[in-house]
Design a protein around this ligand. Structure first.
Ligand code: ADP
Ligand code: MG
Length: 468
């Protein structure tokens, strides 16, 4: 055993060997970088955003083809708080002579010079910038104006540069909060970073650092304290290690000390967050029909939206509203997966609302029937996910273009299947949908959906809409 406590990480991890999990997030960011598309990592304080960005910067060369150059910038640094500092720092990191940006050149001139510099860089490299703590610049709207964001946006839009941002709230909220009118945020895909999954927590305690220092019971205790939160796991390891150094593992004492350290962090979080709700990425207040339609206006060919609602009558309406909008107004075709209520009931309600159900094909896996009729295919066992997936893919293949899958609802799946099985199933289905150019809406009752499951699926979603 070591005599120095190795569990001292409290901020960004810089050693790739100590970085655990997040394989899907890394992959989905890199898949976009390859196409010079932008990603926005959103998550609460200490969930691992900076570590993720840094990990990408230190490992991308192995994963990507020739030509990409990914740099990391921490926007907390004072130097980055003026637009000239910001632009010249980017150029400097790409080894471009940064004295071309001059304080006295004036705003528009400097922006033009920057655009030209990026175009020139493009002849040799594909530049990608990771911006950590992005709220630092959307806050300073006097310095970073609409024109500034428009210029950044147009460079990225034409594929000359790509950005990966990290922030505690979504770019949409940050831009709107700063009263910016530039649709800067809409070139980004959200990656919502939550706690580790069970697998990742196992990976954390299975890493050399942990295995070398703790026995099986201690590891179990650490997992129990850490609750799948990367930062808490690190702190739990630290406390158990300290106790071992002192020669006694008094669990209740460790629990108390761990709790004290964590509570510092928790109270701090409450003080700084204007509301904890705001820290939930991409989530909106309960919506009116008009607002909902506005959100759905961005629902495109391969969009994935999650609809989170409260149980009860309003939930029904909140599920039917989007279907009505997509089918009747946008003339889309859909596959409707009935898990919470049978086809007969849902389709009856849809007919009452005037939803054109000819555009829909239902898969009912709750009526315990088999066979099919004109509008519906019955799958007898909701736990037969392979059959379900096959049916979804078959119908998707048959209906015309401009189509979506509606899952109603995710939380009802839990009655029939294990959490991890559902998670895997959903991810596979989403992958197939992307290939078939099909969008998806995943509805779920928020209080019945484990946060773990939302955390695992939300990185794949472009938007999470709280439908009240
Ligand atoms: N992928 C990870 N693997 C291992 N530890 C992590 C990981 N992500 C976060 N941590 C732990 O959480 C701490 C905070 O991470 P950090 O990246 O600074 O979070 P954020 O930028 O979201 O505030 C790190 O010091 C580390 O202890
Ligand atoms: Mg950070």
């Amino acid at each position: 055993m070591n005599f120095r406590n190795p569990f001292v990480n409290r901020s960004m991890i810089k050693t790739p060997g100590e970085f655990v999990g997040r394989a899907r997030e890394v992959k989905s960011i890199l898949d976009r970088v390859v196409k010079m598309q932008c990603s926005s990592v959103v998550g609460e304080r200490r969930i691992g955003k900076s570590s993720l960005l840094y990990y990408i910067c230190s490992t991308y060369k192995k994963e990507l083809g020739e030509g990409y150059e990914v740099i990391y910038l921490d926007l907390q640094r004072a130097k980055m708080h003026t637009y000239t500092g910001f632009l010249s720092e980017i150029l400097k990191k790409f080894d471009y002579p940064n004295d071309v940006i001059k304080e006295d050149s004036g705003f528009l001139r400097n922006l033009c010079i920057f655009e030209e510099a990026i175009e020139e860089l493009n002849e040799k490299i594909k530049p990608v910038v990771c911006f950590d703590e992005f709220e630092n610049i959307t806050r300073r709207t006097g310095e970073f104006t609409d024109d500034f964001f428009e210029s950044l946006r147009s460079l990225a839009n034409s594929g000359k540069i790509a950005y990966i941002t990290a922030s505690k709230t979504s770019l949409y909220d940050l831009c709107r909060g700063g009263k910016l009118t530039s649709p800067f945020y809409n070139i980004f895909t959200n990656i919502n970073l939550g706690k580790f999954s069970g697998y990742e927590a196992d990976e954390f305690v299975g890493s050399n650092r942990v295995l070398e220092n703790f026995n099986k019971e201690e590891i179990e205790f650490i997992l129990n304290l850490g609750e799948n939160h990367p930062f808490y796991l690190e702190i739990a390891c630290w406390h158990v290690f300290e106790a071992k150094l002192k020669g006694s593992i008094d669990r209740s004492k460790i629990r108390k000390e761990f709790g004290e350290e964590i509570s510092q962090y928790r109270t701090f979080k409450k003080e700084v967050g204007t509301s904890l709700k705001q820290e939930k990425p991409g989530e909106k207040e309960s919506l009116s029909t008009v607002e909902l339609e506005k959100e759905l206006d961005e629902f495109k060919e391969t969009s994935i939206f999650m609809l989170l609602g409260e149980p009860g009558g309003y939930y029904r309406k909140a599920v039917l509203d989007p279907v009505e909008y997509l089918v009747n107004k946008k003339n889309m075709n859909g596959v409707y997966l009935c898990i919470s209520e049978p086809y007969e009931i849902i389709s009856g309600e849809m007919k009452k609302r005037g939803i054109n159900i000819k555009n829909l094909c239902f898969i009912d896996c709750i009526s315990e029937k088999s066979g099919e009729n004109e509008f519906c295919i019955y799958v007898r066992n909701p736990d037969d996910l392979e059959v379900l997936k096959m049916n979804i893919n078959n119908i998707i293949g048959e209906i015309g273009a401009h189509k979506f899958l509606f899952i109603d609802d995710l939380s009802s799946f839990l009655i029939y299947n294990e959490l991890r099985t559902i998670e895997e199933f959903i991810i596979k289905v989403l992958n197939d949908l992307q290939i078939n150019k099909t969008a998806a809406l995943i509805a779920s009752i928020k209080e019945k959906t484990p946060k773990d499951l939302i955390d695992r699926i939300s990185p794949r979603c472009d938007k999470i809409i709280y439908v009240g």
